[in-house]
Design a protein around this ligand. Structure first.
Ligand SMILES: Nc1ncnc2c1ncn2[C@@H]1O[C@H](COP(=O)(O)OP(=O)(O)OP(=O)(O)O)[C@@H](O)[C@H]1O
Length: 601
């Protein structure tokens, strides 16, 4: 005998709950941010909005103007029915029409001013917030940038900043406007017929209940949607910036599949949102309909017992219908705030990434001579399980030209980061001219030490502008001189547009060796007392390497030059070789509890 499968109420509830939650993302690219309450968000961003508070007050006044005009219009409508239509006389129509036109004009002025002012407030807030977030991200230490997914960061900077704006300005202003409208209509309703007005209030509790449940579900789905949007941006940026790699290895299918998977995850979250709306919005409609029917029944009684005129009843119903829109707006306020909170949380996570700050009392490094020292230095990157440097000590005298050698991963680039104060050691001291870098401002240290990193970065600008970046305001003669010293002048002159050639994003229209020489020219123009070049001869043929190294030798007078290099040719041009050795690091020690976050200060 076949057993009939029965759906128990609990199983049905579980199935419904599953339909209203996004399916788990099995391979999340971007983690969810720390959840925040609405109050926390408001407290966090109020200081940014505070300077605009008087404009906000004016906005609230304008918001209050609109419902007042609407109530006056409905009252006028009552007069139209009772004084013109019911007695069928044209007499009072003239003044009623005149007032209607006047109110209409006033309403147009108020709503135009309200629209302009609210846009102005939003945009001012947004410009300030985006600039603040952008400068914060720009100040992140380089190793934080290494870990971050650029696409996700960009999604936070654009759409998530808009979420803060809609939370602090859009939704709260809408909420205030809805509340004011509700109060104005409510007073008018009670004025027209208080018993009917009380009857109309029966819809408030069910609407509130619907809104609360709705907002909880909306919050979950909004957080997922935002996180997944971040993942999509991250995958897009990653695949497009590595398009050549993808093509070379014939991995287009996999890249497209990854991209599609992220899009499907977003579509899944969107569909859950649509299911939630499909379930709850009809419930809100039902509550409104119940309210209107109750008022029509009560209104018939009021008409029959002469408690209300026909015009009064029609005005009452017109006002009641107007009431439902702000009531809905208020009902939607919580879900909208929760939805925006999901974006705010991601932005706050970005803003809460600790920024490197100079220690209190840090002073500027002046009169730099250029001696460098590492004493017993240990570095471990955040999240790493082993030290990048341990017990490292070395000394480079002022005016020396030194090659820093060691196998790949020995820590040469890490030393460059230490010397430019992008990192501070977990143990030990880094010194310039005998001063502990911790006591110096990062800005003055970077003025003294110019780094040409291994991963050459050029701006999407002309060659001249890229070199001039080293010392803004330099003359064309100085730019050309620096290019000549870096052995770049000849190849630049051979280009059709010469120094005015645009190099494309990250200098991609130049060869690796050409990029290298432009970067060295930029560093030479800066003319800092200490020059750290990380693998400066990578991508250069031997003859060009020798010309560059000889040029550096000529440029060294009074300067300390460090070459982190694997190139044996470079060793011929230096005074001394500092070998970082290749000893394996000590066994991975447990992460020390009091390890300070790596950053400046
Ligand atoms: N941002 C980072 N986060 C975590 N670990 C890092 C980071 N940067 C470097 N490391 C680790 O630190 C160690 C030293 O790296 P570093 O780049 O300083 O070596 P290197 O001597 O310059 O190597 P190469 O000669 O290959 O350029 C390596 O084990 C590397 O994996």
């Amino acid at each position: 005998m076949a057993t009939a499968t029965r759906t128990t109420p609990t199983a049905a509830r579980h199935r419904l709950a599953a339909l209203l939650r996004p399916a788990a993302d099995t391979s999340p690219l971007v983690d969810g941010a720390r959840p925040m309450t609405i109050l926390e968000v408001a407290r966090r961003f109020w200081p940014d909005l505070r300077p605009l508070r008087w404009w906000l007050a004016l906005e609230v006044l304008l918001l209050a103007g609109a419902p007042t005009i609407a109530v006056l219009e409905v009252m006028l409508f009552q007069r139209l029915v009772d004084d013109v239509l019911v007695p069928a006389t044209l007499g009072p129509l003239l003044w009623i029409a005149g007032l209607y036109i006047g109110l209409n004009l006033l309403s147009a002025i108020v709503s135009g001013a309200d629209d302009y002012l609210s846009t102005w407030i939003s945009q001012r807030f947004l410009v300030k917030l985006r600039t603040q977030v952008f400068s914060h991200v720009l100040a992140h230490p380089s190793h934080v940038h290494d870990r971050a997914r650029l696409g996700d960061t960009m999604s936070r900077l654009t759409s998530d900043t808009s979420a803060v704006e809609s939370f602090m300005v859009g939704h709260l202003a809408n909420g205030a406007g809805a509340l004011l409208r509700l109060v104005a209509y409510g007073i008018a309703l009670f004025y027209l017929q208080w018993q009917l007005a009380l009857l109309a209030l029966v819809v408030a509790p069910p609407l509130w209940w619907v809104s609360r449940h709705f907002s909880r579900l909306v919050k979950v789905v909004s957080r997922e949607r935002r996180r997944r949007a971040g993942s999509l941006s991250a995958v897009t940026e990653e695949q497009l910036s590595n398009a050549a790699l993808v093509q070379t290895y014939n991995r287009e299918d996999r890249a497209i599949a990854d991209y599609q998977r992220q899009n499907r995850a977003i579509a899944d979250a969107e569909l859950v949102g649509a299911r939630i709306r499909a379930l709850f919005l009809p419930l809100a409609d039902l509550a409104e309909l119940a309210g209107t029917l109750a008022v029509i029944a009560g209104g018939t009684w009021a008409l029959a017992t002469d408690r209300l005129t026909l015009g009064g009843l029609m005005a009452f119903l017109a006002l009641l219908v107007q009431c439902y829109s702000p009531l809905r707006s208020l009902g939607n306020l919580l879900p909208s705030l929760h939805s925006a909170t999901a974006g705010v949380e991601r932005l706050v996570e970005l803003l809460d990434e600790p920024l490197p700050t100079d220690a209190p009392g840090a002073r500027d490094l002046t009169d730099v001579r250029g001696s460098l020292e590492l004493a017993g230095v240990r570095v471990r990157y955040p999240g790493a399980t082993r030290d990048a440097l341990w017990s490292t000590s070395l000394r480079i005298e002022q005016g020396e030209m030194v090659a820093l050698v060691g196998p790949s991963g020995a820590g040469k680039s890490t030393i460059a980061r230490l010397l430019t104060k992008h990192l501070v050691p977990c143990d030990g001291v880094v010194r310039i001219d005998g001063h502990d870098l911790r006591d110096l401002t990062a800005r003055s240290v970077r003025e003294a030490v110019t780094l040409v990193p291994q991963d050459i970065a050029l701006l999407d600008a002309t060659i001249a502008e890229n070199i001039e970046f080293g010392r803004p305001g330099s003359s064309r003669g100085d730019v050309v001189m620096a290019a000549r010293r870096a052995d770049a002048d000849l190849f630049v002159r051979s280009l059709p547009a010469g120094y005015a050639t645009r190099v494309g994003q990250r200098g991609r229209t130049l060869s690796g060796g050409q990029r290298q020489r432009i970067a060295v020219a930029r560093a030479l123009l800066r003319d800092a007392p200490v020059l750290f070049l990380d693998e400066p001869t990578t991508g250069l043929d031997e003859a060009t390497s020798r010309r560059l190294l000889a040029a550096l030798g000529r440029h060294r007078a009074g300067r300390t030059i460090v070459l982190a290099t694997h190139d044996p040719v470079a060793l011929e041009y230096v005074d001394r070789v500092v070998d970082l050795g290749g000893a394996p690091p000590p066994p991975a020690a447990p992460v020390v509890a009091d390890q300070r976050p790596i950053g400046v200060g």
